[in-house]
Design a protein around this ligand. Structure first.
Ligand code: NDP
Length: 335
């Protein structure tokens, strides 16, 4: 077993701002393990839109901050209280804070041993976005497989070629939903179609509301998954059908401002703003969904699509690309 160094490299945010505030450092202290924690040597770190919210200050955190919510690698050390479950060298993935670093101390309850059929890169690319899509389809929207010989619900997925969008579209297509994907370029529309969207709408060139009305023959959509937020929320209320479900997934264009709840009444709309982490609070919830996710990946039923592997030092470029709508699928940092 290699000795644990005293210092490590990583990315620190000292103050909120643009991608330039993500600073590469080589002399960060290696975290000391507390009871119930393991030290993971990160090999791949997933980049998620939430990382940009902590960088810009939309979501609050104490600074200086090492951000990052997911990674995969190997166990470098374990507190004696959990050492028996996590031998050094075990391949693991996790959902926890401070992933933008060479080494991260993680509560063992948030760590998952990786099966042979899931690569370390796939785990770091899939955990957060894949579990978001799985839990939101199942628990937020309550979508179940369409019975044989019937047509599934009309479902609109915004940013259908993005990270979460790529997962949502594949999962929804697999259960027979009639998926309409929006995307901001022709290339992205093609990717959304390849992901399984039956219909695609170019959100910068076309009138999305009019196209959805046309595609659904005036019915509107039964469910909307919206990770764009501020820019699309009002039109969601137009496109949703009576008794439909609008799942606000995130804030890529900004947070939805406070609104008048009476606007839900004319169509008895169900509106949710769920958070992945609150669907996987218990170990049982986390393992149930993760086992399913790993099976979907190892069986090839769902493809993990990586846009680009960026060196950890290059994380500012990854954030710039993500926020400039230049990416599709998942962005990962390689150590
Ligand atoms: P994406 O890969 O989907 O990137 C965001 C996409 O949003 C862009 O590619 C772009 O696609 C679209 N977009 C539209 N308008 C804008 C805008 N003004 N600025 C930036 N992007 C815009 O990111 P992620 O998959 O990482 O995340 C998607 C959403 O899901 C985010 O809102 C994120 O916060 C949310 N999320 C929420 C979770 C939860 O627990 N609630 C968990 C995980 C993610 P296009 O050009 O095709 O329109």
């Amino acid at each position: 077993m290699a000795p644990i160094p005293k210092t490590m490299s990583g990315i620190v945010i000292e103050q909120v701002g643009g991608p330039e505030v993500l600073k590469w450092k080589t002399d960060l202290p290696v975290p000391e393990l507390k009871e119930g924690e393991v030290l993971v040597k990160n090999e791949y770190v997933g980049v998620n839109y939430i990382d940009t919210y902590f960088r810009t200050g939309l979501y609050k955190a104490p600074y200086p901050l090492i951000t990052g919510k997911e990674a995969a690698g190997t166990i470098a050390a374990a507190h004696p209280s959990v050492a028996a479950q996590f031998p050094v060298g075990t391949r693991v993935g996790y959902l926890a804070d401070h992933a933008y670093a060479a080494l991260t101390a993680v509560p063992a309850s948030r760590v998952l041993v990786l099966p042979d059929g899931v690569s370390t890169e796939q785990a770091a690319s899939a955990l957060l976005q894949g579990l978001t899509a799985l839990t939101f389809v199942r628990e937020a929207a309550g979508i179940t497989p369409a019975p044989e010989g019937t047509e599934g619900p009309w479902v609109l997925v915004h940013a259908a070629a993005g990270g979460v969008g790529t997962w949502l579209v594949q999962l929804l297509a697999a259960v027979g939903a009639r998926v309409i994907g929006t995307a901001g370029s022709s290339d992205k529309c093609e990717i959304a179609r390849q992901n399984g969207a039956k219909y695609v709408v170019h959100s910068r060139d076309e009138d999305v509301v009019a196209r959805v009305n046309e595609i659904t023959g005036g019915h509107g959509v039964d469910v909307i998954f919206d990770g764009v937020g501020k820019a699309t929320f009002d039109s969601d209320l137009e496109m949703i059908t009576r008794k439909g479900t609008v799942v606000m997934v995130g804030n890529a264009s900004g947070a939805v401002p406070p609104f008048d709840i009476l606007r839900l009444g004319p169509k008895n709309i169900k509106l949710l703003r769920p958070v992945l982490f609150n669907y996987i609070v218990t170990r049982e919830e986390m393992e149930t969904y993760t086992n399913e996710l790993f099976e979907l990946i190892s069986s090839g039923k769902i493809k993990v699509k990586v846009h680009e592997e960026y060196p950890l030092e290059d994380v500012a470029r990854a954030h710039s690309d993500l926020e400039a709508r230049k990416t599709t699928g998942k962005l990962v940092l390689k150590l």
